[in-house]
Ligand binder design. Structure first.
Ligand SMILES: NC(=O)c1ccc[n+]([C@@H]2O[C@H](COP(=O)([O-])OP(=O)(O)OC[C@H]3O[C@@H](n4cnc5c(N)ncnc54)[C@H](O)[C@@H]3O)[C@@H](O)[C@H]2O)c1
Length: 364
């Protein structure tokens, strides 16, 4: 276990329950190592990976994002299987280098997209795939809290990997362009509040992430043409609620002079499906151990981490340019992109004039 901070300590607790796994904790901070031993007396400790690499089979890296690349590269070079916490790296080039290095060495490279191991998110995907929601009109995601401010990445790189991972997992597609609004409200570091728009081939996802909000919120809403779903990760009993409700355009829509409502409402039941119990991190780490033993292949491989890093890097370009930006390559601003959604100060384009964003290339 490289990094025994907030998240690394949870990995160590979970690994302690996996049969046949001995844990070594690597952290340059002696207080963290002492903390590890006091809670888990059987773990070995070291301040540097190089000091213990020869005795290891695999590493899990839960250190600040800016250190992921160098540590993962060092571990792969030492012949170790690697699970890296999200985000896989802080640039596409670094993420690609890790994916290539792992493939060349025949080693497992997995990314810690923990929500893809969450039974509720897996159920969300089943619900979307079943078609009961109808066409997906949009997804709305909010991940808000007071803190924890990060030094090395902005709030998007810190929190949005979860929502990008959840949205792309349930839709089984990657976004092709993105637009971003973000702002630093406190101090002079990275933006602490951000709103993202991700344009998927057939729908949109809107993500609000914040380190500066009085309420803790972890919510994903999927609005379909026929039904809607709310996934509240903080709810004890009803983490998923399916609303059999909707809004239909009314005939009055075509005849504004009639004075009728422009839409008609459908109302129905709200149901909450049973979700099997399972700690996502436990499922993820057990799966990683299986991969290391050659009994499985990663469900969240390095390439999946690379895909998400591509989106994150595009949010940097979108933020710098103030325009909607392609995810897939360096083509820059999306032609007509902001107009499609009526961005600030832009001409609102009537539906019949709107451009369709081309589908991504097969290798995106
Ligand atoms: N998957 C999830 O749900 C989830 C949740 C929280 C955090 N995370 C991720 O976990 C990672 C760590 O986050 P955190 O909140 O635990 O951070 P943290 O600051 O609490 O802990 C980081 C630890 O890494 C150690 N460290 C720093 N540089 C190191 C190095 N070069 N070698 C070894 N150890 C080093 C620090 O001493 C510290 O103990 C981040 O990438 C974060 O995005 C993932």
């Amino acid at each position: 276990m490289i990094g025994f901070g907030y998240w690394g300590s949870k990995h160590v607790r979970v690994l302690g329950t996996v049969p046949g796994v001995d844990v070594t904790v690597v952290d340059p901070d002696l207080d963290r190592l002492a903390d590890a031993v006091s809670h888990h007396p059987t773990v070995r400790t070291a301040r540097r990976l190089a000091a213990v690499a020869d005795d290891l089979d695999a590493v899990i890296i839960a250190t600040p994002p800016s250190t992921h690349y160098a540590l993962a590269a060092e571990a792969l070079a030492a012949g170790l299987h690697v699970l890296v916490e999200k985000p896989l790296a802080t640039s596409v080039v670094d993420a690609e280098t890790l994916v290539d290095a792992a493939e060349a060495a025949g080693l497992t490279l997995m990314v810690g997209h923990t929500f893809e191991y969450n039974p509720a998110v897996r159920r969300l995907r089943d619900i979307v795939r079943s078609g009961v929601l109808g066409r997906i009109l949009y997804i709305d995601a909010a991940r808000l809290n007071l803190g924890l401010y990060q030094r090395d990445v902005n709030v998007i790189w810190d929190l949005a990997p979860h929502d990008i991972s959840i949205a792309s997992y349930v839709l089984d597609a990657m976004p092709i362009s993105t637009a971003v609004w973000a702002w630093r409200n406190v101090g002079r570091g990275h933006p602490d509040v951000a709103y993202l728009r991700l344009d998927f081939p057939d729908t949109h996802t809107f993500i609000h992430v914040s380190w500066l909000n009085p309420d803790k919120v972890r919510r994903t809403t999927i609005v379909g043409e026929r039904q809607m779903v709310v996934y509240d990760d903080l709810s004890d009993k009803e983490r998923i609620r399916i609303y059999d409700i909707g809004v239909d355009p009314d005939v009055a829509d075509a005849e504004p002079s009639t004075g009728n409502m422009p839409v008609s409402y459908r109302t129905g039941d709200i149901t909450s499906p049973y979700l099997p119990f399972g700690e996502p991190l436990m499922i993820e780490d057990q799966h990683f151990v299986q991969c290391v033993r050659g009994e499985a292949v990663p469900e969240t491989p390095g390439r999946r981490g690379l895909d998400v890093v591509r989106v994150l890097e595009a949010t940097d370009r979108a933020l710098a340019s103030g325009r909607a930006t392609w995810v897939g390559d360096e083509r820059g601003v999306v032609p007509g992109g902001p107009d499609r959604m009526g961005g600030p100060g832009l001409r609102r384009v009537p539906p019949q004039e709107r451009q369709v964003v081309p589908r991504p290339r097969a290798d995106w």
